[in-house]
Every structure is written in structure tokens, then in C-alpha cells.
Design a binder for this molecule. Structure first.
Ligand code: ADP
Ligand code: MG
Length: 444
């Protein structure tokens, strides 16, 4: 039988067992390239189909192929570009299906794209760096390391990078995963003795997106494997983008060699969006949920609540939109206050208490709360600690005793001494005064 007939009949069998979308995605433009003794070579249109067929369909294909070529022991996949597609409707649909398939399989959420990402002062550098990476994959900033607090759009940004690359070059291989997934894949591959396969999976990657890298801290075996994966890709000029909740040096128990690799490219941070940007984000989200016009007073009310984490802001907006949809009414300032007012005043109370002050000061100086309450005496922590004392005393009217307790159990005389000292310094040091005013503004 002719090879093309064999392949057609194998495809007929496979088609019965998987969904239409999957079938089109993975088997379009495949054919038997050659049969040579125990080796069959299958032509595939992209590195991505190659990887997929190898990992998901290998056993099935082997079974089918041995029906026609009983000697078959090995299947190899050869990437052959499929030639210029005719723009018939069918072809276009097929082309779209693989694209969607690839986006899905790279673990990317198509909603996380650049169009939906609102640019503000807090993230413009990170976004610009991300766009530069898309334009010059592997050449410009490698790795790109993005860090920032929870819910501020890091995952959105790195997935947007992946989606944009796949849009521009549908055949490129993009892999998005969290460092926890990397760890569990690695551990499983050792357990199942499939470590070679694990390594191979990363061989063909053009763009590796690793989210929440901070969780790799303390995991020695995984760090070692990640170091090799990183080097392997880096040497081949493949692009790596990493996200974290802190700079490389602040990841606890991170090997020095990984730390310096991470620092070897471009490091950018994402901070909290200002009021204007929060308004823009909420408007964008409302529009994406199908609400063309939401009362601006309602939007501004949500945006100026004490909630600064974008994910939570989005949560409150969704609550409002769902509620209004259910009742068949339009969101107004009045019904927004009714629905969210209690939540917002509770959050405001919490964030303006001592814990809120500590957190705000820590965020402002890009420190952890525990370094402010801790014993460290370096000027990087001493000044923020003194600013905290002033705020707790002047703004919250706390007794020195209570402030001492809040600051890791310090003696009240130490606190009093610190307070008087900063008060004097504030008169002489305009920069210190500027810091204090900026923090007061955040606290509202
Ligand atoms: P992180 O990974 O930093 O914790 P995410 O990327 O998961 O945060 O973002 C949380 C939510 O906020 C997502 O739904 C994301 O789309 C949204 N978001 C964050 N920043 C922006 C922004 N600048 N524009 C639009 N949406 C944003
Ligand atoms: Mg995230």
C-alpha cells in the first residue's frame, strides 16, 4: 500500500478516538516521510506538533504503524514546513485551530494579552521590557526578570509575552509554567525514570516563561536541574522570562549561581497602580465583561477604596457587575456603596491600623515587614523603622509602649528616643520629610 494511503487510514482511525479540534490541531499537515527498516519518519509542521505527538500519541501511533509495517520499533518526527497555505475558509479555520491549540497547550490564558493590560506608571517599564523581548526573542534582555507584589499583573504580563510571540510566530515553542509545576514534573520524572524525556521537553523550547520562581528556594535538586535547563536554553539564545514576588537576592535559599544568572539579564519591578490607573483598569475590565458604560462615580468609588491589589479590585467589580446583572439594574454609586461599602470600610480600618502602617512603610521602601520589626541596624532598615515610629505615634496616637510591642518587642524608652530623634531630623532633612509625606499620602 502507498504510504499516503497508509497514513490516511491511520488518521481515519485516530480521528474516531479524539475530538475534531484536537485532530485538526495535531494531525493537520502530517504525513509519512519515510519508512526504513524498523524506523518510520513522520513529517510534522512544527516543533510543537513534534513535541505533542512524541509525548501524547507515541504509543498509539506505534500500535497503528506496526499494523502496516510490522518491523516498526522507532518513530521519528521531522519538521517540514507545510508550504504556503491557500486562504480557503477551511484552511483558515485549520490554521486558527492549531493556533488556539498551541496557545492552550503552552498553558497560556488568551485573555492575558497586551491589549487587555493597562499601562500605568507602575508597570510601564516592565511592559516595555516585555515588548522588547517579544521583538528580539533571546537577543535583548535574557533573562527578563519581573518582580512585584501579589495581584499586580506579573502573570498577566509574562503570559502576554507568550501569547504575542505565538501570534507573531505560530510555530515557535512556548512553555509557560510555575516553578512549582517545574518542581513536580522534575520529581515525577525521577520517580518514573523519565528524566531524559523531561530534559528533552525543554530542548525545543524557544520561549520559557517561569512564574513564581520564589518557590524554588530551598529545593536543591530542582535548582540544580533548573540551572542546567536555564544554561542549555541560554546558550542557544532561547528566551527566558521569570516572575517572582521579590528580587533574586531576596529569594531565601537560592543558590548563588542561579541568583547571578537571574541578575545577568534585565530586572524590572511592578509596583502598585495609582488611582488614575486603577480607574482605567476597572473600566477596561468592565468593558471586557460586556458592560460598555459603567457609572464613573461607581468606578471611582471602587478604585479609591483601600484595596490596592488589582486582583481584589477586579473581584469587587465582578461582584458588583454580577449583582446588577442579576437584578437587571445598572451599577450606580448608590447601589455600589450598598453592596461594597461594608467591605471597604473594614478593609480601610485594617489597612490604617498599625499593621497597615507597617505594611505601607515596608512596601514603600521595598522591604519586608519583618526587617522593620527585626533587629537589623543597617541604615536601609533603621530609617524605615523610625518613619514607622513617627506614623504610629502621630497618626494613630499610639503610646510608646504599644509601639514598642508592635515593633518586635522594643523597650518604650528606645522608641521614645527614636521618636524625638526623627522629629529633629525631619526639620533638617527634606528627603526624609519627602518620604514621610509620600507614605502619608498612600495611607490617605
Ligand atoms: P500577579 O501574578 O502579579 O499576582 P496577576 O497577573 O495574576 O497578578 O493579575 C491579577 C489580576 O489583575 C489579573 O486578572 C490581571 O488581568 C489583572 N491585572 C493586573 N494588572 C493589570 C493591568 N495593568 N491591566 C489590566 N489588568 C490587570
Ligand atoms: Mg502570578
Amino acid at each position: 500500500m502507498k504510504q499516503s494511503r497508509v497514513w490516511q487510514s491511520i488518521l481515519n482511525d485516530i480521528e474516531l478516538n479524539i475530538s475534531k479540534a484536537n485532530f485538526v490541531t495535531w494531525f493537520n499537515n502530517t504525513y509519512i516521510y519515510s519508512v526504513d527498516g524498523d524506523r518510520v519518519v513522520i513529517a510534522v509542521p512544527s516543533g510543537f506538533s513534534k513535541e505533542w505527538l512524541e509525548n501524547k500519541f507515541h504509543t498509539q501511533l506505534l500500535k497503528y504503524l506496526t499494523k502496516y509495517y510490522p518491523e516498526t520499533k522507532r518513530i521519528e518526527y521531522k519538521i517540514v514546513s507545510p508550504g504556503k497555505p491557500k486562504q480557503s475558509k477551511q484552511k483558515r479555520e485549520n490554521k486558527e485551530a492549531p493556533l488556539l491549540g498551541e496557545i492552550r497547550s503552552a498553558n497560556l490564558n488568551p485573555r492575558y494579552n497586551f491589549q487587555n493590560l493597562v499601562v500605568g506608571e507602575h508597570n510601564e517599564l516592565a511592559i516595555a521590557a516585555g515588548q522588547a523581548v517579544v521583538k528580539q526573542l533571546g537577543e535583548k534582555y535574557n533573562p527578563l526578570y519581573v518582580f512585584g507584589g501579589v495581584g499586580l499583573g506579573k502573570t498577566h504580563l509574562i503570559q502576554a509575552i507568550g501569547n504575542e510571540v505565538l501570534k507573531n510566530q505560530p510555530n515557535s515553542v512556548v512553555r509557560y509554567l510555575t516553578s512549582e509545576k517545574f518542581t513536580s514534573d522534575f520529581v515525577n520524572s525521577i520517580r518514573n525514570q523519565t528524566i531524559e524525556k523531561f530534559k528533552q521537553l525543554y530542548n525545543s523550547v524557544d520561549l520559557l516563561l517561569i512564574d513564581d520562581i520564589q518557590f524554588i528556594g530551598g529545593k536543591e535538586g530542582t535548582q540544580e536541574q533548573f540551572f542546567h535547563t536555564f544554561n542549555n536554553l541560554y546558550q542557544k539564545n532561547r528566551q527566558i522570562v521569570i516572575c517572582s514576588d521579590c528580587p533574586p537576592r531576596s529569594i531565601p535559599a537560592l543558590e548563588e549561581r542561579l541568583c547571578s544568572r537571574f541578575e545577568g539579564g534585565m530586572i524590572v519591578d511592578i509596583t502598585k497602580p495609582d488611582l488614575e490607573t486603577r480607574v482605567a483598569i476597572l473600566n477596561k475590565k468592565a468593558k471586557l465583561s460586556g458592560f460598555e458604560e459603567v457609572d464613573q462615580q461607581a468606578i471611582e468609588y471602587i478604585a479609591s477604596s483601600a484595596v490596592q491589589n488589582v486582583r481584589e479590585l477586579e473581584g469587587y467589580l465582578n461582584k458588583l457587575l454580577a449583582n446588577c446583572q442579576l437584578k437587571g439594574i445598572n451599577p450606580s454609586l448608590q447601589n455600589t456603596i450598598e453592596l461594597l461599602g461594608d467591605d471597604f470600610s473594614r478593609i480601610k480600618q485594617e489597612s490604617s491600623g498599625p499593621k497597615g502602617v507597617l505594611k505601607t512603610v515596608a512596601d514603600y521602601y521595598k522591604l519586608e515587614v519583618k526587617s522593620i520589626t527585626g533587629k537589623g541596624r543597617k541604615s536601609e532598615v533603621v530609617q524605615p523603622r523610625q518613619i514607622t515610629i513617627v506614623l504610629l505615634r502621630d497618626k494613630l496616637k499610639m503610646p510608646f509602649e504599644a509601639i514598642g510591642k508592635e515593633l518586635g518587642g522594643r523597650d518604650h524608652t528606645t522608641i521614645m528616643h527614636g521618636y524625638n530623634k526623627v522629629r529633629k531630623e525631619l526639620k533638617k532633612d527634606p528627603l526624609l520629610k519627602q518620604d514621610l509625606d509620600a507614605i502619608k499620602e498612600v495611607l490617605g
